[in-house]
Design a binder for this molecule. Structure first.
Ligand code: F6P
Length: 542
């Protein structure tokens, strides 16, 4: 039975009318301890979910929904290595990437955990050689810059985590991330580098991705030019992270310098695999291991905590509540940390590539809204840009605020000024300011509507002791499992991404039409044909 026809879904539909009429002001007034009871603590993460438009009954009904949808069953199947990625016939085992040595997770009756630890050991050895200066470029110079070339999951994770943890990195080695096939990006990120001191990590699960391979070949030419064409240099300046040994060897990278991962690791769930090699070089293997322990902590929680106290399941359910019952379409993720500037792009792929689906696991159209549009940027910058719409606009925009108690760099009173905003914004969103309160301040009547804040705008606050590899691992695993929970409830396959294929194929067909020396016969629609013709004219300077 589709979940939308289940008694659990129907009960929420009947219940929504009651909650829609309630204001967060009333919910807090009727339960003065709401802010102390509607919270959860897991590891270093404290989640306050009291400023959500829910009652105890809503939470009970949402938990029923998770049970009815079989979230726990699918979760257990994932941890057991079952092939829950039904369209690609693959297991989904990013959780194995942080499983402790000695544990057993089998795919096709083979325990994958020893493999994971073998690759981790190879990464560790290589990272230590680069960090110590033992691994040099072809001309004997020490490596000063590591450039990761990859896109999507082969870029967003390591890039986000490098930015997040840069203050834990060895500052004598810088990491850069080339992802877009726009040549300007490659140029900007390499023009000031010395090829003799640069190591490229070509990160691609398939080793066929157009953007990555185009950039990789450009990098190869760039290095060889500096080395006077000496092909032997390729092996000192290029290593690969991939599942495709043949393609790596064909590129000229010794498979001994290829760090492996497996088809049961989805791209957007891969940065704690070898895809995180650049990060490991930056922060060192021990810090990387701390990060894995953070992931593991959240994995254990997700696996064992009852639904009502399960942080990722709860976050997933709240998202479903807003999207499917209260009509919200987006989630603003608002980290109060300079270091988390790339968290949102990372979460965009995680949530939107995973759950942007309109058929269920059996291929039938889904009967509800799926997927969350994730957006946002760090506070307080966002406060001076788009928060206006969240406070006074017409749309319902649930928000996740993420903040830290301790700063890496305690400059004067910056941290308290900063975090005062982290506390103020959810308060203002939830409680607003009534017309009476505004008028009582002596505001002229004609201005009162403009200065009134309706409030009742929901948010989660995630307060963390400090940003570290350990806490970052916990935070990312939290969102991974939240995404999983939502996919399970919608009964969609969160682990394929067929929706990216059509555009890729069309682009491949168009490349020769743009390159052609003579005017090609174009067989597209009239709009695409006209655009291509104009582009060709502009390129030719006509
Ligand atoms: O955008 C589609 C996608 O397949 C992502 O899922 C993946 O993270 C990205 O392309 C990169 O793929 P690869 O690692 O194979 O180069």
């Amino acid at each position: 039975m589709p979940i939308t026809e289940s008694p659990a879904w129907r009960a929420l539909q009947a219940h929504v009318e009651h909650v829609a009429s309630l204001h967060l002001r009333d919910l807090f007034a009727s339960d003065p301890r709401r802010g102390e009871t509607m919270c959860l603590e897991v590891g270093d993460l404290y989640l306050d979910y009291s400023k959500n438009r829910v009652t105890a009954e809503t939470l009970r009904l949402l938990a029923d929904l998770a049970r009815a949808a079989g979230v726990e069953k699918l979760r257990d199947a994932m941890f057991a290595g079952e092939k829950i990625n039904v369209t690609e016939h693959r297991a989904v085992l990013h959780v194995a990437l942080r499983a402790p040595a000695g544990s057993v997770i089998e795919v096709d009756e083979v325990n994958v955990v020893p493999e994971v630890h073998r690759v981790l050991a190879e990464m560790r050895a290589f990272a230590e050689r680069v960090r110590s200066g033992e691994w040099t470029g072809h001309t004997g110079k020490r490596i000063r810059t590591v450039v990761n070339i990859g896109i999507g999951g082969s870029d967003l994770g390591p890039h986000m985590a490098y930015d997040a943890l840069v203050d834990f990195s060895d500052r004598s080695i810088e990491c850069r991330f080339v992802s877009n096939v726009d040549g300007n990006e490659f140029w900007e990120l390499t023009y000031d580098l010395d090829p003799e001191e640069t190591l490229f990590i070509i990160s691609s699960k398939t080793f066929t991705t157009l953007e990555t391979m185009t950039n990789a070949h450009t990098a190869r030419r760039w290095v060889l030019e500096a080395l006077g064409g000496d092909e032997r240099g390729v092996g000192r300046h290029f290593v690969a992270v991939s599942t495709n040994t043949e393609a790596v060897a064909a590129f000229g990278i010794d498979p001994a310098n290829m760090f492996e991962f497996w088809d049961w690791v989805g791209g957007r769930y891969s940065y704690d695999s070898a895809i995180g090699l650049s990060l490991m070089i930056a922060i060192g293997p021990d810090r990387f291991e701390e990060m894995l322990r953070g992931f593991r902590l959240m994995d254990d929680h997700f696996r064992h905590a009852p639904i009502e106290q399960n942080m990722p399941i709860l976050l997933g359910l709240l998202g479903i509540w807003y999207g499917d019952f209260l009509g919200a379409e987006t989630l603003a993720v608002l980290p109060y940390s300079h270091y988390l500037g790339r968290l949102t792009p990372y979460l965009q792929q995680l949530a939107m590539e995973s759950n942007g689906k309109s058929v269920d696991r059996e291929g039938r159209p889904v009967g509800m809204q799926t997927g969350e549009i994730v957006w946002g940027q760090p506070g307080t910058n966002g406060q001076h840009a788009f928060y206006q719409l969240i406070h006074q606009g017409t749309k319902l925009i649930p928000c996740d605020f993420i903040g830290f108690a301790r700063s890496r760099h305690e400059l004067g009173n910056h941290q308290d000024v900063f975090m005062a905003n982290f506390f103020a914004q959810p308060e203002a969103l939830a409680f607003g300011k009534t017309a009476e309160e505004v008028a009582a301040e002596g505001v002229p009547p004609e201005e009162v509507p403009h200065r009134t804040f309706p409030g009742n705008r929901p948010s989660n606050s995630i307060l963390i002791s400090e940003l570290s590899p350990f806490t970052l691992g916990q935070l990312i695993a939290l969102y991974e499992h939240k995404t999983f929970t939502q996919g399970a409830i919608w009964n969609i396959n969160s682990f394929d991404q067929w929706g990216v294929e059509l555009g890729k194929k069309l682009a491949q067909d168009i490349i020769p039409e743009l390159d052609a020396a003579t005017e090609p016969d174009l067989g597209h629609d009239s709009s695409t044909n006209a655009l291509i013709r104009r582009y060709r004219r502009l390129r030719a300077g006509r």
